[in-house]
Design a protein around this ligand. Structure first.
Ligand SMILES: NC(=O)C1=CN([C@@H]2O[C@H](COP(=O)(O)OP(=O)(O)OC[C@H]3O[C@@H](n4cnc5c(N)ncnc54)[C@H](O)[C@@H]3O)[C@@H](O)[C@H]2O)C=CC1
Ligand SMILES: O=C([O-])CC(=O)C(=O)O
Length: 363
């Protein structure tokens, strides 16, 4: 049933002319004379490698009327620079911790790329030590100043930072699982690019769902559901799966100590943020993959709160609506290879989620 709904939603999405699938900053709607509803977007970590280009992309998005750029270093320059772009959004920079409340107040959507990136030889989990604390304090501020906002979590390790935010929100009594998203769109972007290259099809026509989390084997691209259908061999599919799982490391190594993916991430983050804004504005059939709470797999809960993402925190296709996630569409039919991948990822994903939960609970 869910699989049929998913296929039909994806079909509708592919066949829709542009409303749901074309990022607003890339669509001709930016020349439209009737403005979309007022929407405030806050970016936390706006002066960083991802923060700067995603700030620009959100400034180009006609769905944004106010753009709040917050960082603990370098904000004034970025805010002044981006503010000169002649598009709808009014830009304000917020430079110090005491300004975080003002940056967040009234936000409809908060995008979080704050935190340290990987260097060669590190795993995403190695970032936990620093980024967990950053995400926890930013989540506390969101709970206080804009508890109803949608939150797009980019900071790594996403498999733990999303549970951290959820636990903080729960402890403040403001958790709404429909509004918290781990941004895994870059995995989808990569899977589409690599599939199109291997199958020699037009990348603009390609769709590949990616489920699971956002690290190594927890990233599970579903090439069996990729469109257009092609006749790639099992070996090709295995190689594409591995390359998608290792895509972040490919960039980290190429940057040789100067950080991780920033430009492709900003692009991916802007696509996902745009989908959230479209959902809020009531555009129908907006479907993306994201790391969200769901009950799609069968793992038993070891604690009631793990009900959250867990049953165990798969990333799903979600249909976005006025309140955030309108519907979790499920995994769809998996090949044997994908089913094995799904089983294999559960242990790591579960432990990353538990690590995030334990960090907030202090145990
Ligand atoms: N979800 C995904 O697919 C991806 C996630 N990432 C993650 O995104 C994060 C950011 O990466 P980059 O932009 O390359 O790093 P960066 O170091 O270039 O920028 C991070 C920014 O965060 C700021 N920051 C640090 N603590 C802060 C705080 N408490 N409040 C506000 N801002 C704060 C820094 O001043 C800096 O400007 C990393 O954790 C990285 O691993 C990166 C690529 C893809
Ligand atoms: O690999 C990293 O550290 C950054 C990231 O999450 C990605 O590029 O997918």
């Amino acid at each position: 049933m869910k699989a049929a709904m998913l296929r039909s939603a994806l079909r509708r999405r592919r066949s829709s002319s542009s409303a749901a699938s074309t990022p607003s900053c890339l669509s001709r709607r930016r020349f439209s004379s009737s403005p979309a509803p007022e929407r405030k977007v806050a970016i936390l970590g706006a002066a960083g490698g991802i923060g700067q280009p995603i700030s620009l992309l959100m400034k180009l998005n006609p769905l944004v009327s106010r753009l709040a750029l917050y960082d603990i270093a370098g904000t004034p320059g970025v805010a002044a620079d981006v503010s000169h772009v002649n598009t709808r959004a009014e830009v304000k920079g917020y430079a110090a911790e005491e300004q975080l409340g003002q940056a967040l107040e009234g936000s409809d959507l908060v995008i979080i790329p704050a935190g340290v990136p990987r260097k060669p030889g590190m795993t995403r989990d190695d970032l936990f030590k620093i980024n967990a604390g950053i995400v926890k304090s930013l989540s506390e501020a969101i709970a206080k100043y804009c508890p109803n906002a949608l939150v797009n979590m980019i900071s790594n390790p996403v498999n733990s930072t999303v549970p951290i935010a959820a636990e903080v929100f729960k402890s403040k009594g403001v958790y709404d699982e429909k509004k918290l998203f781990g941004v895994t769109t870059l995995d989808v972007v990569r899977a589409k690019t690599f599939y199109a290259g291997k199958a020699k099809v037009n990348v603009a026509d390609v769709n590949v769902p990616v489920v699971g989390g956002h690290s190594g084997i927890t990233i599970l691209p579903l090439f069996s559901q990729a469109t257009p259908k092609t006749n790639l061999s099992d070996e090709d599919i295995k190689a594409l799966t591995k390359r998608t799982q290792d895509g972040g490391t490919e960039v980290v190594e190429a940057k040789a100590g100067k950080g991780s993916a920033t430009l492709s991430m900003a692009y991916a983050g802007a696509i996902f943020a745009d989908a959230c804004l479209k959902g809020l504005n009531g555009v129908p059939d907006v479907v993306e993959c994201s790391f969200v709470q769901s009950t799609v797999t069968e793992l038993p809960f070891s604690r009631p709160s793990m009900l959250i993402f867990l049953v165990t925190g798969e990333s799903e296709h979600v249909k976005l609506g006025k309140n955030g996630v309108e519907e979790v569409l499920g995994l769809g039919p998996l090949s044997d290879y994908e089913q094995q991948g799904l089983e294999a990822l559960k242990t790591e994903l579960k432990s990353s989620i538990e690590k995030g939960v334990a960090f907030v609970r202090g145990n």
